[in-house]
Design a protein around this ligand. Structure first.
Ligand SMILES: NC(=O)c1ccc[n+]([C@@H]2O[C@H](COP(=O)([O-])OP(=O)(O)OC[C@H]3O[C@@H](n4cnc5c(N)ncnc54)[C@H](OP(=O)(O)O)[C@@H]3O)[C@@H](O)[C@H]2O)c1
Length: 271
């Protein structure tokens, strides 16, 4: 059974792979035998991650007009193929009421969170996947299907990414499978403003009793990328420790978390 998780001989692009979920995903793919091509904005961090993973990297924002093509080109040049694309890089800005949202920051959010995944998929499709097959995994969020204070831009863009995932899955089969993974609250820099002030309280309100670690998400991405998921496309895999079913949780004596309050409703990101 475990042999179907093997990715030896395949090549993967992972955006936003210098820390957090993207870094754990790149590590899991490399550990399964894939050659990895990573990107992020900080050039030093990209160099360090690529070296540690035994892969290659490209510094830049996925929102830069030439970045998707350059990233796909690097993977093809170095490894001769591009079998797996993980669209992980994202922004949670602009944070706050939508009536105060700066149009330029709003546009940037949609460029990073929605347009870049599409452009990278186009590059992968035209240069490799249309002819040879492949798989695309978009990192969405558990929060994409409901609303919350302050996260209007993030949620709207991730809901669009969820829709994009399903649309592409229909358009690109049978050569290419397109799926998404939707994490709940995970211990990363992006979400530090949520978990750091109240981790115990948040964890006690979750059916599985803890917040997520990047590796929890990486295992789901690895499975979707592997042949074990060969008949799965257009799916969204929730990896949320039970966040979406926490309303059914019976409060235990001493437990401080309330069942209905969203973890993301409790804190604000740094300005
Ligand atoms: N953490 C959570 O609780 C949570 C929950 C649900 C969904 N997610 C999703 O999971 C994904 C990863 O988030 P994370 O929590 O792991 O974030 P993170 O720890 O902040 O890491 C983000 C990574 O993306 C890179 N990055 C950011 N903006 C980029 C850009 N414009 N172009 C290229 N790279 C960029 C960062 O490096 P540089 O800063 O050097 O660019 C870093 O490598 C995102 O799609 C996020 O929406 C996270």
């Amino acid at each position: 059974m475990t042999s179907s998780y093997g990715l030896r001989g395949r090549a993967a692009v992972v955006t936003g792979a210098t820390r957090g979920i993207g870094r754990a995903v790149a590590q899991a793919l490399a550990d399964a035998g894939a050659r990895v091509c990573v990107s992020a904005r900080d050039a030093d961090e990209v160099g360090r991650a690529a070296a540690e993973l035994g892969g290659v990297g490209l510094a830049g924002s996925v929102a830069d007009p030439g970045h998707p093509e350059a990233l796909a080109g690097l993977c093809l040049r170095e490894f001769g193929r591009l079998d797996i694309l993980v669209n992980n890089a994202a922004t949670n800005q602009p944070y706050g009421p939508l009536m105060d949202a700066d149009p330029a920051v709003w546009r940037e959010a949609f460029t990073v969170n929605v347009e870049a995944p599409l452009r990278l998929t186009q590059c992968a499709w035209h240069t490799w996947m249309r002819k040879h097959g492949g798989t695309v995994i978009n990192i969405c969020t558990e929060g994409a299907t409901h609303v919350g204070p302050g996260v209007g831009a993030y949620g709207t863009s991730k809901a669009a990414l969820l829709h994009l995932t399903r649309q592409l899955a229909g358009e690109l089969g049978p050569a290419v499978r397109v799926n998404s993974v939707s994490p709940g609250l995970v211990r990363t820099e992006m979400a530090r403003f949520v978990w750091e002030p109240g981790e115990d309280e948040i964890a006690s309100g979750l059916p599985l009793g803890r917040i997520g670690e990047p590796e929890d998400v990486a295992r789901a991405v690895l499975w979707l990328a592997s042949d074990a998921a060969q008949w799965i496309t257009g799916a969204d895999l929730l990896v949320d420790g039970g966040t979406q079913v926490r309303a059914a949780r019976v409060a235990r004596p001493g437990a401080r978390g309330t069942a209905r309050e969203s973890p993301t409703a409790r804190a604000r990101p740094p300005a």
